[in-house]
Ligand binder design. Structure first.
Ligand SMILES: Nc1ncnc2c1ncn2[C@@H]1O[C@H](COP(=O)(O)OP(=O)(O)OP(=O)(O)O)[C@@H](O)[C@H]1O
Ligand SMILES: [Mg+2]
Length: 556
């Protein structure tokens, strides 16, 4: 079975490991593999034969004993009964994987009433949608509610971020990927998902559905119809009536009325003030509320309508501006917008004003970097930022410094799950940057650099996917999947991107095969081949070979 991918018998591997009283880490160490690879094996994924051999050896079994025969094909057609294989894969996965909720690095403030409300509503309805304008705290509230509810859902709470997805047909793919459910030949993926989730009690969080409203509604409806114990918590900026859906508007954080004279003790009872103080302290360790600044902080929070994102942007500035200066500058901006009157702005406009304000305070290179970083979908590493954002008007040596200052200003979030830092823009901030990038005339250049970087990454990964570091590279591709996807989409719309798109898809076929994204892989390969030229011999040959391998695995 050398050089081939075979399907791990997840149940056996886990049972044997538990008999030996080993953790997944211990088995990984003994087999010379990463823990993630063991998780994959226990989830019943396809792995390279030498990986399976290493696991078998460590467990004192033969490779055949830890391999499932054949492929996971089920002849197509209607759903007769829950498919035990799909359900089995999910069971193994939910048993072996830690909760899949993203971990927030910043503290969560207040929202006691809102959390109770969400939980209560979610016990009465199976599809609850949190709505509200950008930055009002929908995602954060959904995440906190899901974390609190984890005990109630024995099969787990699952978080799927949809903001970077642009093709509505791909919603089921993203959900299946998150849940580790493999696509099956000749069957709609939604049907396989229903079969896998049918007996399960789980909560699915679908975050940022605004641009995929119809697709999300239809998909949610299918899932809920077929899975009686499933609940869905969605977030989106707009409200749309979907049968059986209960939409609930996330209110702003409670903020004090600046007309009332309140003591510091009273003021800190307000969530908006708490958030301001917390974030101000992150920026400036010594920041405290004093008799002098307390009423000004209250005024800023009130001015910003208690919108968490706007408050974070303002608070991040306390390092260089006194609270009074922040308040005065914001006031100027609001006067401008309301023609000097005391008119109240709609919340979207308040946030827009807070972002404009924050933007205007940046240096030109910082702005330029913000624009360019917006091409990334789903985050980036420093190395990628250096390759993609440097160029005309921006030196590669400056990327780290400018990036650090955007982090300091709360415009870029940083996370470091496995040691290597990864950066990300909140969606509202990314969209703001994208608009500016289009206007700057640099969009095409930056997108091309983005494309080149990820084609390079996929080609490097391709060579590694058959070697000992397979696990590391699969993980890397998975982490960058939103970017890879964005590049594939862009390459299809740009005349100059066709060859790079072909190279990218040709480099990714094995990744699609291992993950069981057979139809999705074939769809991409067929699309790039259709737009290719005969002269691109090597890439075409590889893409054709990959499409053949995926078709074979699909039983075609
Ligand atoms: N209760 C809270 N405690 C601490 N921080 C919060 C809270 N609510 C929101 N935030 C912070 O405010 C910012 C915006 O929140 P969030 O991303 O949840 O907004 P959103 O409504 O989902 O926005 P979008 O529509 O752009 O997706 C984030 O940085 C988030 O961490
Ligand atoms: Mg959100």
């Amino acid at each position: 079975m050398d050089g081939r991918f075979v399907r791990a018998d997840g149940e056996t591997i886990r049972r044997r490991r538990q008999e030996l009283f080993w953790t997944q880490e211990q088995l990984a160490e003994k087999a010379g593999l990463r823990k993630r690879t063991i998780e994959r094996a226990e989830a019943g994924e396809h792995l390279q034969s030498h990986t399976i051999r290493a696991i078998a050896q460590a467990l004192g079994l033969s490779p055949a004993e830890v391999t499932l025969p054949g492929r996971s094909s089920t002849p197509g057609g209607a759903r007769a009964s829950p498919d035990p294989e799909a359900a089995g894969a999910l069971k193994a996965l939910t048993a072996s994987r830690p909760p899949t909720l993203p971990v927030s690095v910043t503290s969560f403030i207040g929202r006691t009433r809102e959390l109770a409300e969400v939980k209560q509503r979610l016990s009465a309805t199976r599809l609850l949608t949190l709505t509200g304008p950008g930055g009002c705290g929908k995602t954060r509230l959904a995440l906190q509610a899901a974390t609190d509810l984890a005990d109630k859902f024995v099969d787990g709470v699952w978080f799927v971020e949809l903001s970077t997805l642009s093709d509505p047909r791909l919603v089921p793919y993203l959900v299946a990927t998150a849940l580790g459910v493999r696509e099956e030949p000749n069957r709609p993926l939604a049907v396989t998902l229903v079969d896998a989730l049918h007996p399960r009690r789980l909560l699915l969080v679908l975050d940022s559905c605004e641009h995929l409203i119809a697709a999300c509604a239809e998909f949610s409806h299918t899932l809920l119809h077929g899975c009686p114990q499933l609940r869905i918590l969605a977030t989106r900026r707009e409200v749309l009536g979907v049968a059986g859906e209960l939409a609930w508007r996330v209110p702003p954080l409670a903020s004090p009325d600046p007309q009332r004279l309140l003591s510091i003790e009273d003021l800190v009872q307000y969530e908006a003030v708490q958030l301001f103080v917390e974030r101000a302290r992150t920026a400036l360790l010594t920041f405290t509320l004093t008799n002098r600044n307390a009423s000004v902080v209250a005024q800023v929070c009130y001015r910003l309508d208690g919108i968490p994102l706007a408050i974070e942007l303002a608070a991040a500035r306390v390092k260089v501006l006194a609270v009074e200066q922040i308040a005065a500058r914001l006031d100027d901006r609001f006067h401008l917008l309301t023609g000097g009157g005391r008119m109240v702005l709609p919340r979207q406009q308040t946030l827009q004003a807070a972002m404009d304000w924050s933007y205007d305070l940046l240096s030109e290179p910082e702005r330029r970097l913000w624009h360019r970083l917006s091409v990334f979908a789903g985050g980036w590493t420093l190395e990628a930022a250096e390759a993609v954002c440097a160029g005309v008007g921006f030196d590669v040596a400056d990327v780290l410094d400018r990036l650090t200052s955007l982090v300091d200003k709360s415009l870029v979030n940083v996370e470091a799950p496995d040691g290597e830092a990864r950066y990300r823009l909140l969606e509202t901030i990314r969209q703001y940057g994208l608009k500016k990038l289009e206007r700057s005339g640099q969009a095409a250049v930056v997108r091309r650099q983005h494309l080149q970087w990820f084609v390079g990454l996929a080609e490097r990964a391709e060579a590694e996917l058959t070697g000992p570091d397979q696990g590391i590279w699969l993980e890397r591709l998975e982490t960058e999947y939103d970017n890879l996807w964005a590049v594939l989409e862009w390459s299809q719309t740009e005349a100059q991107g066709a060859e790079a798109g072909l190279r990218l898809a040709a480099a990714l076929w094995r990744f699609w095969l291992v993950h069981g994204h057979l139809r999705e892989g074939r769809r991409w390969l067929e699309a790039v081949l259709a737009g290719s030229r005969v002269a691109w011999v090597a890439a075409r040959a590889k893409a054709l070979y990959g499409a053949g391998a995926l078709a074979e695995d699909q039983g075609d």
